[in-house]
Write a protein that binds this ligand. Structure first.
Ligand code: AMP
Length: 649
């Protein structure tokens, strides 16, 4: 049984019994409307809602009839109080440059950029695409869009031309906001060149606004291109009134990998999402006015959207934002930043922790980490060993760890310790219990609950305010993937795609993806997406991709490739294919290995048996192979993988 035998960490006396947590949770699931209505009051509303939840055909409309604006909630309402001079962002560039931005300054910048966008014809409903590094102009641009009621899509700046073009085309964005480049591990990475190529493939794009960051010299097309600083200097208005939008108005669309080659455009609403992210940040991190909050993630992913921008700003917190790599110019960078900024709450991913852990305990020991109060992780299951290191070496056994399980689709934390309500005893590697309002259950193939201790699929039984509204322009896929998987099971079942188990104490243990999605250094990548890219290369007839366990990145893609007639399985071709994937998707997706085979193992009905390939790659038992069409294909994959392990090819 999974979860059994993992001893609970010796728990400090101050971690009290969890009656309050249980009571809060029970009230929230028994009375969701009353509970969430109370939570929504933490926001400023221009008009109150008529109903808390409309639930029709598996689509939720939260706070229907209510009107608000996310930009007003994140800046204007603070500027009207003493928080006006409170620091909103302490930003650090990788080379060591710094900017400290108060709420008043943020307000001025957001207004000016909203005026610029307005002048470019952006209005309520116009999409803006962003391909931005971690610089303050990114949250400024997001808030400027929200101010106008213009939905945005931020594309992770490590993605390539194809990924940016596809997302920009799908949203029909009219403006792209970018930077000339970004500093990463001491090098300049060009971004504007990627945007130029992508924009050429997107007829909807009228203008490109570029922030000058690296000054490495980029081409500017006088018809299309505008420098951000010139535009700001010429901004016509100093104040642009925040547009009151419906609670269910789209705030953003964020694309994420799924089980097909086509990324999913997760469509997020304004009122429910803001309510949910603010509440969950308070519960999971017990945030207080005087906190210095560092969510060390990239805003290109949902973690940054929710917990570097919207929730911490709506709560008026002081945030740290960092541009570069955690171990540049030396492995002590992250820990020094914690000391220098007296960070109280620190939130990052297991992959980053594994990277920093490998440098040894002496490195964090050089920094004073005594300001830390709560630690957190997200993105993948945290190995108990890494959890213990984080708890002991970084948190000095004083700080609880909020292991937050959630997804792009959920908007905010779903299962996590809740020191902001009451802390239950922690277990190394368990995300513990659901957040208030969240009703998860572990089920079997038919959607029926499994007993405690048995591994199954994690599903959520009730709508929650942070949930996606739908997949952008694809209601059918939204319903099929998330809701219609268990036609015979009673009640609503939101399918998460994750395996989980509940231990005998009721703790949830998340056990990774159950579908064809990989987690590479915390980035979600679809195996079919990768296979499609490989097959788009002229030499490839067929490809099958699986994840192989990796000590730092958790998983790396390993590809079995069948070549077309006339192509030789040479090492140079393998390198070319790796480069091809890098170019089309981005460096995060680069395969760790390409194995050339004559056939990939398939079922009699012609489906690739990735499970079998994965077992071979991981060196495990093959399991049931009765539906296999051709045993010889399995033998060949075994031979090739073993030969490459032995280093002979
Ligand atoms: P993304 O939508 O890119 O944030 O990826 C969401 C996926 O990351 C989830 O479906 C999980 O597989 C994984 N994940 C996120 N947080 C955790 C966590 N705390 N523990 C285990 N898995 C996690």
């Amino acid at each position: 049984m999974i979860g059994e035998g993992l001893a609970a960490l010796p728990v400090d006396e101050k971690f009290e019994p969890n009656e309050k947590l249980k009571e809060t949770w029970k009230f929230s699931v028994d009375n969701p409307e009353a509970f969430w209505a109370e939570q929504a009051k933490q926001l400023d509303w221009f008009k109150s809602w008529d109903g808390v939840l409309e639930w029709e055909n598996k689509k939720a409309r939260w706070f229907n009839g209510g009107k608000l604006n996310a930009s007003h909630n994140c800046v204007d309402r603070h500027v009207a109080t003493w928080r006006k001079n409170k620091v909103a962002y302490i930003w650090e560039g990788e080379p060591g440059d710094k900017r400290v931005i108060t709420y008043a300054e943020l307000y001025r910048e957001v207004n000016k950029f909203a005026s610029v966008l307005k002048d470019l014809g952006v209005k309520k409903g116009t999409f803006v695409a962003m391909y931005m590094p971690m610089i303050p102009e990114l949250p400024i641009a997001m808030l400027a869009c929200a101010r106008l009621g213009a939905p945005f899509t931020q594309v992770y700046s490590g993605f390539s031309v194809g990924a940016l073009a596809e997302r920009t085309r799908h949203t029909e964005a009219e403006v792209i906001v970018t930077a000339d480049g970004v500093f990463r591990r001491g090098k300049v990475i060009d971004l504007k060149g990627v945007v130029d190529k992508a924009a050429d493939q997107c007829p909807s794009v009228r203008k490109v606004v570029t922030v000058e960051r690296t000054k490495h010299g980029v081409e500017m097309n006088p018809e299309k291109d505008i420098w951000y600083h010139d535009a700001i200097a010429g901004a016509k208005e100093r104040y642009v009134a925040p547009m009151p939008v419906d609670a269910s108005h789209i705030l953003y669309v964020l694309y994420t990998s799924g089980t097909t080659a086509k990324p999913k455009g997760v469509q997020v609403c304004t009122g429910g999402y803001l309510t949910y992210t603010c509440s969950t940040l308070r519960w999971a991190f017990d945030v207080k006015e005087e906190d210095v909050w560092w969510c060390f993630a990239d805003i290109g992913w949902v973690t940054g959207h929710s917990y570097i921008v919207f929730a911490p700003l709506a709560l008026g917190l002081t945030n740290i934002m960092y541009e570069g790599a955690p171990d540049h110019p030396d492995p002590g960078r992250t820990w020094r930043m914690i000391e220098e900024n007296e960070i109280t709450k620190f939130y990052t991913s297991p992959t980053l922790l594994r990277l920093l852990m490998k440098y040894g305990d002496d490195i964090p020991a050089k920094s004073d980490l005594s300001s830390l109060e709560v630690l957190g992780t997200v993105g993948e299951p945290i190995n108990p060993e890494v959890w213990r290191w984080y708890y002991k070496v970084i948190g000095k056994e004083r700080c609880p760890i909020s292991d937050t399980w959630w997804q792009t689709e959920t908007g905010g934390f779903m299962i996590s310790p809740a020191p902001g309500i009451q802390l239950a005893p922690l277990k190394a590697g368990s995300a513990t219990f659901p957040m208030p309002g969240i009703d998860p259950v572990v089920v079997n193939e038919n959607g029926d609950p499994v007993p405690m201790g048995v591994k199954g699929y994690l599903i959520i039984r009730k709508p929650w305010p942070g949930m996606l509204m739908t997949l952008y322009k694809d209601d059918e896929r939204y319903l099929d993937y998330y809701w219609n998987r268990y036609p015979k099971a009673a009640g609503d079942r939101f399918y998460t795609g994750d395996y989980a188990v509940q231990d005998k104490d009721g703790y949830y243990w998340l056990l990774g993806r159950s579908d064809d999605v990989l987690k590479v250094a915390g980035h979600r990548i679809g195996t079919i997406e990768l296979e499609d890219v490989l097959v788009s290369h002229p030499s490839v007839a067929e490809a099958s991709v699986v994840g192989k366990a990796d000590p730092i990145k958790m998983e790396v893609p390993v590809c079995c490739v069948v070549l077309k007639m006339g192509y030789e399985p040479l090492p140079e071709l393998a390198e070319e294919l790796k480069l091809h994937v890098r170019k089309v998707i981005g460096p995060v997706a680069t395969p760790a290995a390409i194995h050339f085979v004559g056939n990939v193992p398939k079922t009699r009905s012609g489906k690739i048996m990735r499970r079998v390939i994965k077992a071979i790659v991981d060196g495990q038992e093959l399991g049931d192979t009765t539906t296999l069409e051709d045993q010889a294909a399995v033998e060949e994959v075994k031979r090739v993988v073993e030969a490459s392990r032995a280093g002979s090819i």
